[in-house]
Design a protein. Structure first.
Length: 460
């Protein structure tokens, strides 16, 4: 055991509830609220050193636990009850180790706990692995944060052999034997990264699209947002089941963006396309691109990547091969990415990129970042409408993984109230200019997010 190893001593959990400024549509369901799970974790070394870390993440149940038979409240309840069990599993872990090793050792128990809870609650659909990762992510973040603070370092200085005993082969298999995690993450953050602004399916593009004004001083149309933040990267949510609507939506966005960017003197901007896994098959995507080429050929050159277009269960949909599309532009695995096996299967099926997300856990994210880099895949970082500490965590991940093209950060659009307590201390993250997050400021101890002082209910 390394002298730097830590043991979990205390866990505290608490929740924050927010209403969205405007709703977001996920896979056909409109979401108008968010529950944040906040976790404080105290760790100690064998010689008695103590430190406390903090982690936070939205419980995105509509995304991580989609269900046609259970209401929002039921899947959210399952995640909250699972959080209680994860807290107890963390406290029951009496091992000393690096945060990656502790999380790695607990993962099987977390998945078992989700299965047991599904049976006890008699859920008609079991809690998915993705949902378990999301629920566990603030615990993992708080552990990494505490470890860095204990040793007086930013977390990204703690992934070398002086802290981490194992090579990557221990976690990722023979392909990575002898390689070190520190070779796939940077100690120093990128100074800045482009921000991907979400154009939701319900979001107005122009004034004529506004049904009811919010009138809170923030932009209300895409054109206003482009001017307000100097945006150059737009993520367009699409339906996946209505070809005409999808093509027209992209054309409409491009028309408004082109008009606005020309007024600003901007000559280059980019789109990503998100079908929320709703395309029935790859042929829909191929036809969509063909129709888009006919309607607006200039738009294709602006598409940077396509986010996972078909069902997330890759094993059951091995016929959905992306090679024809990925020859044109990157196709990125997102919801399906829950471990190295899914990453390898995605590559076999023609996916050429990977979306990293802090909501899947710091441990999972940096290991998958190493795997994706090893395999030469396109990389981006997306969020789960992450506000506050979860956005700082996500931005830090993006800034420390080489090759990340851009980062999504849309809480400023939908839940700005949750960002408010953090904005003054991290202006480069919460106040966007020139379409960029100024990530070079994320050099603080641990994950770099010092929370506002508010007590959380204790669970020792």
């Amino acid at each position: 055991m390394k002298s730097t190893a830590v043991q979990i001593q205390q866990i505290q959990i608490g929740y924050e509830e927010y209403r969205y400024r405007t709703p977001i549509k996920f896979g056909g369901a409109a979401v108008d609220r968010v529950t944040l799970l906040n976790v404080d974790c105290t760790v100690r070394t064998a010689d008695g050193g103590l430190a406390q870390g903090f982690g936070s993440m939205p419980l995105g149940n509509v995304w991580s636990f989609p269900s046609r038979v259970m209401p929002y409240e039921k899947t959210l309840e399952a995640m909250k009850r699972l959080a209680d069990r994860i807290a107890q599993i963390s406290l029951d872990c009496r091992e000393f180790g690096h945060p990656i090793d502790l999380t790695w050792a607990m993962e099987e128990r977390l998945m078992q706990a989700a299965s047991e809870l599904s049976r006890e609650m008699r859920l008609p659909e079991p809690i998915p692995p993705l949902c378990t990762l999301v629920t566990a992510s603030p615990f993992d973040a708080a552990l990494h944060d505490a470890f860095g603070k204990l040793h007086g370092l930013n977390c990204y200085y703690t992934y070398g052999p002086e802290f981490l005993s194992h090579d990557l082969g221990h976690y990722l298999g023979e392909d990575f034997r002898g390689e070190r995690l520190q070779d796939y993450v940077s100690r120093h953050p990128q100074p800045s990264l482009p921000l991907y602004h979400l154009v939701g399916a319900l979001d107005p593009i122009e004034d004529a699209d506004i049904a009811t004004r919010v009138a809170d001083g923030l932009p209300e149309t895409l054109a206003q947002w482009i001017v307000f933040n100097g945006l150059t990267h737009l993520k367009i949510k699409l339906d996946g089941r209505d070809l005409a609507w999808d093509v027209n939506r992209v054309v409409h966005v491009d028309r408004a963006a082109t008009r606005t960017q020309r007024k600003l003197g901007v000559s280059e901007w980019f789109y990503s396309l998100d079908f929320n896994e709703r395309c029935q098959d790859v042929s829909y995507l191929v036809e969509f691109l063909s129709k888009l080429r006919e309607a607006a050929p200039q738009t294709l050159s602006r598409i940077q990547y396509i986010e996972q277009p078909t069902a997330r269960d890759l094993k059951s949909h091995r016929d959905q091969r992306m090679h024809e599309v990925s020859r044109l532009l990157p196709v990125v695995i997102d919801e399906s990415l829950v471990g190295l096996e899914s990453l390898r299967l995605a590559r076999e099926l023609g996916y050429t990129g990977a979306a990293l997300k802090a909501c899947k856990g710091q441990t999972q994210s940096i290991l998958m970042a190493a795997g994706a880099q090893k395999y030469g895949m396109f990389l981006c970082v997306q969020d789960l409408t992450c506000p506050g500490a979860s956005l700082i965590h996500s931005a830090g991940l993006a800034a420390h993984v080489p090759g990340v093209a851009a980062i999504e950060a849309n809480a400023r659009q939908y839940v700005p109230a949750a960002n408010a307590p953090w904005a003054d201390r991290f202006p480069g993250i919460f106040s966007i200019t020139n379409g960029m997050l100024r990530t070079g400021t994320l050099t603080g101890l641990g994950l770099g997010a010092v929370p506002p002082s508010s007590p959380a209910p204790s669970r020792e």
